[in-house]
Design a protein around this ligand. Structure first.
Ligand code: PSV
Ligand code: MN
Length: 426
C-alpha cells in the first residue's frame, strides 16, 4: 500500500486553520526572543532517522510473541512499510538492514523500490550473536572474542560479507554489536577476550572501503550476565581508537546501567570526534527497547542538547547515523515507530531552542539558577507546531497517527497480507 500525497493533503486541509493559528502564535513569540524559526524548521525537515528492518513486526520477548496482523514477511514489504511511515512523517528516509535477516535477492529491484519511496540505505548490521544455518562454527562461546581462531575468522568473514552487501546498496557504514562475554566468573580470561576482540575488529576495519565507517556498539549485560567484552563507552572508545580513523563508538540509549549520565558520554565522545552512530529507544529498567520518549523525555532532551552542541562545535566529529532500535509486543509497530519519531523530533526541536550564548554567559557568571532556567525554558516550550510545520512543508501529515488511522492503513495491510504473517528479525 502506498499513501498518495493528495490523500494526506485532503486530511491536512481539515486541520490547517487550527495549525496556522498555533504555528503563528508560537513563531511570533519565539521570534520576539530572537529565535530564527525558519532555520529550526529547516533543520527539522533535514533530520532523517533510519528504521531498522527488524522493527516492522510486533517484537517479541523471550516469553512470547503476539503477531499484530499484516506484518511484512519480505524485505520488499518492510521497505513498503517504511515508505508508509516516511510519507506520513517525512522523517524516516532511511532503512538499516540486519544481515542475515534481510539479505536482498534482487539488489537492483530493492534499490529501485527504496528510492521510489525516497528511502536510502543507512548502516548495515552484522549478526554474530546467533548461529546461522549450516555455519561451520558456533558463536555459543563468543564470536570476535572467541578463544578459537576458526570461530573468530568466521565472524570476521561475516562482517566483511555484510560490508559487501552494504556496498551493493549504497550503505557507507557497518554497525558491530557483539553479545560476547561470559555468564560465570572464571569462564573467560578478560584480557584474552578483549585482545581477541580488538585484533578481530582491526581486521574488519582494515578491510573496509575507504569511504566507510565502522560503529562499535557497547552494552553492559545481556545476553551474558556476568561480563560483556564491550561493556561500556570507554571500552568502545578505546577499541575505536585502536582500530583507526574509520572506527567510531555507537551509543544505544538502552545500553546503560540505571541513572548513567548518557548526555555526558555523548559530549565526551563528540569532543574526541568519535561518536559515529546513535540508537534511539527508551527504558525503565534495562535494555527494554520501548518507544522513544515514553519514559524519560527530559533525559532525551538533555541528550539532544549535547548532540546539538556537538554538531555545532565539534567539527571533527562526523555526521551521525541515527536509528530507532526499539520493538515490542503490544502496539501496532508502525504507529509505535511514528510515536518514536515524534519524540525524537520534539527533543531535537527543544534542544535547538536552547540559547547557547545566554547559557555560556550564565555559566561564566556561575549563575546556576539562570543556567537551569535557560535549559528548562527550552524544554517547557510546546514545539509541536514547529514539527507540524516541517512536516507540512515537505508534504507529510500534520497528524501522522490520526491520518494513518483515517486511511485504515493497518486494515489494508491485513487484508493484503493476512492476519498471521510474521516478520523476520527478533
Ligand atoms: C542489541 O541489544 C542491539 O541494540 C543491537 O543494536 C542489535 O543489532 C539490535 O539490538 C537488534 O538485536
Ligand atoms: Mn542497538
Amino acid at each position: 500500500m502506498r499513501i498518495d500525497k493528495n490523500q494526506i493533503q485532503d486530511i491536512n486541509d481539515n486541520e490547517l486553520t487550527q495549525h496556522k493559528e498555533n504555528f503563528d502564535f508560537l513563531a511570533n513569540s519565539l521570534s520576539k526572543n530572537g529565535v530564527n524559526v525558519d532555520a529550526i524548521v529547516t533543520r527539522l525537515t533535514d533530520f532523517q532517522v533510519a528504521i531498522p528492518s527488524w522493527a516492522l513486526g510486533a517484537g517479541g520477548t523471550r516469553f512470547g510473541r503476539f503477531s499484530y496482523g499484516g506484518e511484512p514477511s519480505t524485505l520488499e514489504e518492510k521497505i513498503n512499510d517504511i515508505g508508509i511511515i516516511h510519507s506520513l512523517t517525512q522523517t524516516a528516509g532511511a532503512i538499516s538492514l540486519h544481515i542475515p535477516w534481510d539479505i536482498p535477492k534482487d539488489y537492483q529491484a530493492i534499490k529501485e523500490l527504496a528510492s521510489s519511496h525516497d528511502i536510502a540505505f543507512d548502516a548495515v548490521n552484522s549478526n554474530t550473536f546467533q548461529d546461522q544455518k549450516n555455519a561451520k562454527e558456533s558463536y555459543k562461546y563468543g564470536s570476535l572474542s572467541n578463544i578459537s581462531k576458526a570461530v573468530r575468522d568466521q565472524a570476521i568473514q561475516h562482517n566483511n560479507d555484510v560490508v559487501k552487501i552494504g556496498e551493493k546498496l549504497g550503505s557507507k557504514s557497518i554497525t558491530v554489536w557483539l553479545a560476547d562475554g561470559s555468564c560465570f566468573p572464571g569462564q573467560n580470561n578478560f584480557q584474552t577476550a578483549l585482545q581477541n576482540t580488538q585484533d578481530s575488529l582491526k581486521e574488519i576495519h582494515n578491510h573496509l572501503p575507504n569511504d566507510w565507517k565502522m560503529f562499535i556498539e557497547y552494552k553492559p549485560y545481556e545476553p551474558n550476565f556476568y561480563s560483556t567484552v564491550i561493556q561500556d563507552w570507554g571500552t568502545s572508545f578505546m577499541l575505536a581508537n585502536e582500530c583507526g580513523e574509520k572506527a567510531f563508538s555507537l551509543v544505544d540509549l538502552g545500553h546503560h546501567l540505571p541513572n548513567t549520565n548518557i548526555e555526558q558520554i555523548v559530549s565526551t565522545l563528540m569532543l574526541k570526534g568519535k561518536l559515529g552512530g546513535f540508537h534511539f529507544n527508551d527504558s525503565k529498567y534495562g535494555d527494554d527497547d520501548i518507544t522513544v520518549g515514553s519514559i524519560k523525555p527530559y533525559a532525551l532532551f538533555l541528550i539532544f542538547n549535547e548532540l546539538v552542541y556537538g554538531m555545532e562545535n565539534n567539527k571533527n566529529n562526523p555526521d551521525l547515523a541515527w536509528m530507532i532500535d526499539a520493538s515490542h509486543n503490544v502496539k501496532d509497530p508502525l504507529e509505535d515507530l511514528m510515536q518514536s519519531l515524534e519524540a525524537i523530533q520534539e527533543a531535537y526541536a527543544k534542544a535547538l531552542l536552547v540559547d547557547q550564548k545566554l547559557l555560556k554567559a550564565a555559566q561564566l557568571d556561575n549563575d546556576v539558577v539562570k543556567c537551569q532556567e535557560i535549559i528548562q525554558n527550552a524544554y517547557r516550550t510546546d514545539v509541536r507546531p514547529l514539527i507540524q510545520q516541517a512536516r507540512l512543508q515537505s508534504g507529510g501529515a500534520l497528524n501522522p497517527i490520526a491520518t494513518y488511522r483515517i486511511l485504515n492503513v493497518r486494515e489494508n495491510l491485513i487484508q493484503k497480507r493476512g492476519l498471521n504473517t510474521i516478520a523476520t528479525g527478533l
